[in-house]
Structure formats: C-alpha cells, structure tokens
Write a protein that binds this ligand. Structure first.
Ligand SMILES: [Zn+2]
Length: 611
C-alpha cells in the first residue's frame, strides 16, 4: 500500500505549491480535442481524502497510457504540474500532469468512501468529445499563480525556484494559446539569419529561433523591434528563460518542428540567459542512418550524424533563379551503415567550415534531401550544424570510423562523389574509400565513363621507370613548365616568355603496380613520386646531374615496396588512341592493422552474402 498525500489536492486547488504529492489515478478517459485532433487523457486524481475529476495528462505522457504503464489504479509521485483555472463560476480547475514517477498500483476500489460522490470508477477507458476552448474563454483562463504575480515581480531579480518573471516554468509541450501566464526555460537549437520583407504595411524584418526543453520543441519568431532586442542575445546552444509571448497555430509549411503551436515575441516578452542548464537536452534528434536516406524522398528533412571523410574547396556558382553568386562547399559524410553521402554547405557556412579539422563528426539536424546525382544533402538555412557534438551517437560513429570503419567498403549514395568534386576544384582529397583490387579496374570499367573514377588500393611497386622521369622546370611560381637550357647560364620558359638564371627539378614517374590479381601502370607526379622513391626531387636531380651511381640505385631499390594508393582513372585520347590513364593522387605507407580489419570486413560481408 502506498501512503497517498492526504489533503494535497485541496492545497493545489487553493493555489498552493505542493511538492511531489503522491496521488492515485482512479478514473481515466480518452478525450479527442476537436481543435487540434490530438488525443488527451483526462484522469480523476485521488489523494486518500478527496478526489479531483479534472486532471489532464500532458500529451508527451500519452505513450505511458498507450503502453499500459499508466492506468486506472496507478499511484504516481507528481513532480511537476500546472493548475489552470478554466472558469471561476462554476469553479473549474484543470490540473495538468506534466511530470511524474509511477510508483506502482493499488486497487482503485479499496479507497475509503470519497467525500465528493462520484460515479463508480470504471476500468474501461471511455471516449468523450469535448468542445475546444472558445476564444472568449481566454479572458477567464487564468493561472492559479496569477494572484501572486505582484509578489513575484518584486522578487524578479531573484526568481524563486521553478519560476521566472513571476510565472511558473512550464514545459514547452504544455504551452497553448489559452494560457498566457507562463515562463519556459529552453535551449536555442537553431537561429535564422535576419530576413526582410515588405507588405501592405511597409517593410520589416524578422528572424526565428528554435527552442527545446525536456518536454518538446517550439519555433519562436521575432519581428522588427524584437529583432533589435533579442537577435544578438539569443545564441545557439545557450539556455534562456522566456515569458510573455504570443502563441498561435504553427504554420507547418515553414515549421517542421513537432509542435502544433509557434511563438511570437511581443513588446512584453522578457528573455534572460539562464545558467543552470543541466536538465535540458541539447538537441531533439530523430537520427537516421545514411543508408536509410536512400529510402527517403527528395525534399524530406533528416537528422544525420557522421564523420566528414573528405572536404571540397569553396566554389562559386550562379543561381539560376536569382542570377546571384553563391558560395558552396561539399563534404562527404560517412557513418556506420557503411554508406556515404555528399552534403553541401552554402554561403557563410561554406566559407566558415574549417577544412583543416581532421575527420570531425558532424551533426546535421534538418538537412534537406536532394536526388540530383544520386542522393545528396543540402544544409538549408534552417539546418542545425554542429561539429563534434557531445552526443552518444557522435562518439559511436567516431569510434566506428577509427576502429576500421574508415577502411571499410563504403557505398556512396551520391553518384558524383566528393572525390571528383574535390579534384575538379583542386580541393584537398583526404581519406581512402572505395577500396578495389587491381583486377577490378578493368572488370568494373573504371575511368571509362565521362568523369574520372577514384579508388584506393594496396599494391606493390614492381618497377619504376627511370628514363624521362625527371625534367627541368620553370622556377616561376605555379608554372612548372618545361624549361630550355640556353647554354649561356640561363633557362627559357616559353609560357612565362622570359629567361631565368635557374630551374627546378620536377618528376613524372611511371610505375608498374601489382597486387595478387593484376598489374597496371600508373603515373606519379612530384610528391607521390618522392614518397615512392624515398627522396626529394632536388636531391635526386643533383644525383642525376653528377652521374652519381646512387641515382640508379634509388630506382631499383623501390621495387617490391608496398603502399596504399589513391588512384584516379580517366579515359584519355593520345594519338587517336583512347585508353584509361591511371595516376596516383596520394601515396601513403600501408597501415597493416587497418588493412587487416578491412580484409576481415570483406570476409564477413562475403560470408553474409553466401548465407
Ligand atoms: Zn614559366
């Protein structure tokens, strides 16, 4: 048996704040609100002495009824509630059950005879339709706490616990247009830019923020003076107390948040930063795996967490609709569903992204799906972007990536993968993906399409061709053109159209690569050639000039060295002959542990396919 808090209901109805009363639910009805179509549960509460027939379950607790965890007979510890006066005459007070702990169950019929006669509690949930609150009820809709308003306002600088600006702090999900005496404590999860508009009444500006607490999320809009007043103050990820703002039915076309209402700041709105933030969720996520995005339609919004495996440069495009220049940057994001997708950042976000960050975890909340060139993601103005967020999912995906995931066989949902985009713009290409054995180069007709194909492979150098591997190049910045020895101590560059007193060495090294399956020629330029030969170009050039026998040794010594290659395959026409030319984009030492994990994954995958 539980000890119910006798007399607590009367205290609540008298407007007192009762902390954690133990109450029993002795009746429950399912009511359909005609206005918003949402199901609400009306409960009769019993405190061992009296009962109150007008308890309303906060909608975010509905699932407890639907899963039969909360039912007639349940005993709860009511940790957070709101007592709303719906009318004074006759007196009608709704107790909204915002937060509670289910302690257990007692036979609802074992209670002593109630002082207020009620119908026999029924175990069956009944259906009852109630009329939505009519707008003229609004003036009557007063919070019980309103009579204490003056006292609270005096004490505003030191808000009593659970209040702000004289109002009790409510959960976001319990806000509605018929109750305006509230405060919330919420985290800003997104903030728009300031936009301007013009209508019949003239020009104006607006912005919006998205707010979250442990009960739900809501969008809030600010116009004109409120832009000046609050835009700078409200910062993403910070927590604020907010009271006094208008609530209206949300425009679902513009607002994808899970709330039927949205908020508009007004002249009376009070916002104040809040330092205690422990109990607030950071962000309300509905994460999908990248692999699942292939099942979503274009223009859907999704929340994704993944590792940025490669970063493109900032490029400029001209938008078709407005003929305006727009900056963009593409990221390739991968997660433990072993799929990758290209996400595009726009404008300031594209420029602000730090490409030197090594494989960061990125959170995109509300990224828009595109289906041009396979599936892609667009980071819309409403998308929340966080780098290395402190979330369990972020740590999971980072762990997966570092423990071999980066080496697994990644399927790229975006057909024009990042690699191509990065190479075209001269952007950095980092990270291996798309691992192949050399026989797959021909089998899969890599490089035979219109665009270059990129793949990674682990292979041995069989032979490095010494002849024509080095040339004298123009020392001019970014020139690298072949330079001609004038035999008068100067060197002529036709491109720069001038003579130089010096030159620099450049390398074009042709190597024959092999793995267990196949061999193939590939061209290495400068840095990749230096890695393979294990010597700097200038040093090698000096050996060549001085006819040092060590020059030949360098080339023979690199045979049977093994490297990880990132290769580019592209069809080229040379003397009317078309053939796939393969060049090395990066050459790195083999990480044998990673290589082992990659092979292990391939074996597991192969085993799975055989079942
Ligand atoms: Zn030059």
């Amino acid at each position: 048996m539980f000890q119910l808090s006798k007399g607590s209901l009367k205290k609540i109805l008298d407007g007192n704040n009762v902390s954690d009363p133990i109450l029993q639910i002795i009746q429950m009805k399912n009511i359909q609100n005609n206005m918003d179509g949402m199901t609400r549960y009306k409960v009769t509460l019993y405190d061992g002495e009296t009962q109150h027939t007008f308890g309303i379950l906060a909608t975010q607790k509905n699932s407890l009824v639907e899963s039969n965890q909360l039912r007639i007979g349940s005993v709860i510890k009511l940790e957070e509630y709101a007592a709303n006066v719906l009318s004074k005459d006759p007196p009608k007070v709704a107790i909204i059950l915002l937060n509670f702990e289910i302690l257990g169950e007692m036979d609802p019929n074992s209670k002593p005879q109630a002082t207020n006669a009620i119908s026999q509690p029924s175990k069956q949930i009944q259906n009852e339709n109630i009329e939505p609150n009519k707008p003229n009820n609004q003036t009557n809709t007063k919070s019980f706490f309103s009579k204490k308003e003056n006292d609270f306002e005096k004490a505003q600088s030191t808000n009593p616990p659970g209040t702000f600006n004289g109002f009790k702090i409510f959960g976001i999900s319990s806000l509605n247009p018929y109750q305006n005496k509230w405060a919330i404590k919420a985290r800003v999860t997104n903030k728009s830019n300031i936009r301007t508009y013009s209508n019949a009444r003239g020009e104006g500006k607006l912005f919006n923020v998205e707010l979250i607490d442990s009960t739900g999320e809501i969008r809030a809009n600010g116009f004109n003076e409120q832009v000046d007043k609050f835009y700078e103050m409200l910062q993403i990820d910070q927590v604020y107390y907010i009271s006094k703002a208008n609530l209206k039915t949300a425009n679902k076309q513009y607002c994808k948040l899970d709330n039927d209402y949205e908020m508009t700041f007004n002249n009376e709105t009070v916002i104040q930063p809040c330092e205690e933030t422990d109990d607030l969720p950071r962000i309300n996520l509905n994460l999908v795996k990248i692999k699942e995005i292939s099942n979503h339609a274009a223009n859907d919004f999704v929340d994704v967490i993944g590792v940025v495996r490669s970063v493109g440069d900032v490029t400029t495009i001209i938008t078709k609709s407005t003929n305006r220049e727009l900056k963009k940057r593409e990221l390739s994001i991968v997660d433990n569903s072993e799929c990758a997708i290209t996400a595009t950042l726009w404008g300031k976000q594209a420029e602000d992204y730090d490409p030197s960050d090594s494989y960061p975890v990125i959170l995109l909340k509300g990224a828009k799906i595109g289906d041009y060139n396979g599936k892609t993601l667009s980071v819309a103005s409403t998308t929340v972007v966080q780098i290395n967020p402190d979330l369990p999912e972020a740590h999971t995906v980072k762990g997966w990536f570092e423990q071999g995931g980066s080496e697994s066989d990644i399927q790229d949902l975006s057909s024009q993968g990042m690699a191509a985009a990065g190479a075209n713009s001269g952007g950095p290409i980092s990270g291996h993906s798309n691992w192949k054995f050399l026989d797959q180069l021909k089998d899969e007709k890599l490089g035979m399409g219109d665009k270059a194909d990129y793949f990674s492979t682990k292979a041995y150098v069989l032979y490095a061709k010494k002849d024509n591997s080095m040339y004298m190049a123009c020392p001019g910045e970014n020139c690298n053109k072949k330079i001609f020895d004038q035999n008068d101590g100067t060197y002529r560059c036709e491109k720069c159209a001038r003579n130089y007193p010096n030159f620099k060495w450049r390398m074009i090294l042709n190597i024959n690569l092999a793995d267990f399956a196949e061999s193939n020629w590939a061209t290495c330029f400068q840095e990749t050639a230096e890695t393979i030969l294990g010597i700097g170009t200038e040093e090698l050039g000096e050996l060549k000039n001085s006819n040092d026998p060590k020059f030949d040794e360098i080339f023979s010594e690199c045979a049977f060295k093994e490297f990880n290659f990132k290769l580019r395959a592209k069809m080229e026409t040379y003397n009317d002959e078309r053939r796939v030319k393969v060049s090395a984009v990066t050459v790195e030492p083999v990480d044998y542990a990673q290589s082992g994990r990659r092979i292990l994954q391939k074996i597991k995958q192969f085993a799975k396919e055989q079942v």
